[in-house]
Design a protein around this ligand. Sequence first.
Ligand SMILES: Nc1ncnc2c1ncn2[C@@H]1O[C@H](COP(=O)(O)OP(=O)(O)OP(=O)(O)O)[C@@H](O)[C@H]1O
Ligand SMILES: [Mg+2]
Length: 486
Amino acid sequence: MSIGTVISTQDSPNTTKFSFVISGDIKKNMYVKVNNVIAVVEEIYTFNPYYEHADSVSYYEKEKSLSQIYPTTESEFKVADALIMGEIKGDRVERVIFPVNPGENVEIADNQSISKILGLDDKGLWLGNINTHNLKVKINMNRLLKKHLAILAISGAGKSYFVSVILEELMKRKTMLPIILIDVHGEYSKLFKSLPKEFNGKVKVIQNIKIGFKNVDPMMLAHWMSLTGIQTREISSQLAKIEKEVQGTYDIDLVIDKVKESNISTNTKNSLIKWLEYLKTFGMFGKVDSINIHELVKPGQLSIIDLREIDSLTIKQIIVSYYARRMFNKRKKDELPPFSLIIEEAHNFASQAKEDKNISKSILQTIAREGRKFGASLVVISQRPVQLDTTVLSQCNSHAILRVTNPNDIKHIQESSEGFTTQMAKDIPGLAVGEVFLTGEAVNKPVLFKVRKRIIDTSEKDKTLDDMLKEWMGKGDKVDNVSTFI
Ligand SMILES: Nc1ncnc2c1ncn2[C@@H]1O[C@H](COP(=O)(O)OP(=O)(O)OP(=O)(O)O)[C@@H](O)[C@H]1O
Ligand SMILES: [Mg+2]
């Protein structure tokens, strides 16, 4: 059914766009077709010749409304600008090399053509819907995750919700990729506490994290303690010695003792002891890891590393660095299965800021650069794209962008994201909660959709201040404490 007619404007139709007068029900971002050429409606304009000249509108409106004098609504018409996405030829999608003709009929594109043009996959992860077309957006898992994914938006736009939908989809699969999720605020461990039957046994939450010092290698220490070359060499040889002498596990105290006893030059020795004592104050180094790495990275399992109890950013970075390094090194030697590492608040772990101490940044950069060769994929989530390290961001070949309002953030994303159009930059500040633009490797063309409802039901809505206050006041003892202050 025709919903419009292609018109001739100063610069269109051409091979990239056309405009059409609307005669049917069509909205912005809907997909249309002219013969087999598929296009997306980028903008819609309303015209009315009665209101074209400001002087005459002003003149008439002094007396009476123009619509009371003339049948103005009868002359109103709407024009849509459509951006061409490609032409469907049999099973293939081809680039358009010849314009459509003025006067041709425009129709709403069928779902099969839209799926083909966008590169959706029937067997893919069902992440959301294009409601105007009643179309499920299913994305091929390999295309989405293999070359890393960045999820960017302001706070409250729906990043974590989107991640939980991705997780549900991954957990639904028969052969589920091992997922390790860095849960900075413990929101996922709360969310996945009560699971529907189909996900039972698939989630492991890791709290009270301890690191076995035997597994700490010199490179980790070099990054955590900003060691110089000489210091790194000396601690390396001490660790190698301990490794030979000590059967089984050991803790940081033993390393400190060995450094004290060693014949390392005084300055280097003192600095190393100072650094090791500093590390010890974090209270997180034991003899063994709180979770075996093979229990952490396991097919069919989502492992949530819950960092909610940890206040210090340095400690959080050490934990991320430790696990990311161990996972990646073991993956390279094929001692672990392929995995995806999801990092919330990624700008805190790979920061663009000069003052970043690079505790976890370098390993994340390494995984970003080399991970795809080894099947180690990264998903970075951030509400401050400008603060996210550009090496990490630019290696993410797919971007999921929800609402972003800061112009600097938008510019930053635009610079690092392939296929990010000027129109998208205009539309992103106006997105509603849960609306996402997916661009890059995951799809053939950028696609805007509404993230689907998640299966895991939570009564925990975004709490208002009032809710939080009432909940807190419900805890009697705290209220008593407060009254003593007043
Ligand atoms: N697709 C969606 N459908 C329904 N509700 C949603 C959707 N996306 C987000 N929400 C709701 O909006 C609120 C904020 O979402 P979410 O916590 O995912 O935001 P966020 O981007 O992760 O924010 P922050 O940066 O602060 O972590 C939540 O209450 C969530 O339930
Ligand atoms: Mg969040």
